[in-house]
Design a binder for this molecule. Sequence first.
Ligand code: 5GP
Length: 202
Amino acid sequence: MQRGSLFVLSGPSGAGKGTICQKLLADTDIHLSISMTTRQPRQGEVHGISYYFTEEEDFLARVEAGGFLEYANVFGRYYGTPRDAVLEKLNEGKDVLLEIDVQGALQVKENFPEGILIFVLPPSLEELKKRIVGRGTETEDAIATRLGKALQEISFLDRYDYYVVNDDLDQAVDEVKSIIRSQSLKVADRAEALIAQYKEEN
Ligand code: 5GP
């Protein structure tokens, strides 16, 4: 069986990667990895669906045991991608999607070079600010921190394989779908099996 591909969607908070992910999940059979975090659940978030919520001590013990494909400290809280669950899905032939921050994406590229990194860009910094303010959940200070972090993250764009500008949501989703589709059409290590198939027919 052909192993699945690992796709990493990242980019500044507010660029819309979460919404793009939700659309992809609805429209394709890609598997979304559920991260573990030490932050508190927000209203409506469910353990095991939004995140696996845990304590810092437990999280750090898992780091020690090599339990994460990547992990990062984002705004003072830990977030990590459970390694085994991802590898299991890939081995079952499923494509897996990670929605993580830039620090994490760069670690994935190091630990798992065949992972495909997709950067979701906001149309402009001004638009990003509008979106963050529009959420109404952040203080002035937190907004400034997020914008500063966004610029810092965008400076790592050259380490990514693809970028998508999230101006029009449907178009951005279509573009990510095209990236996923083109990956499944790569010859890569499929050549032998494909050639054999045609020879057999002959
Ligand atoms: P939030 O707390 O708003 O859900 O997420 C904050 C940031 O953490 C977002 O940029 C999100 O993509 C990132 N994040 C979520 N899960 C992970 C993870 O497993 N690893 C890393 N590195 N970042 C994550």
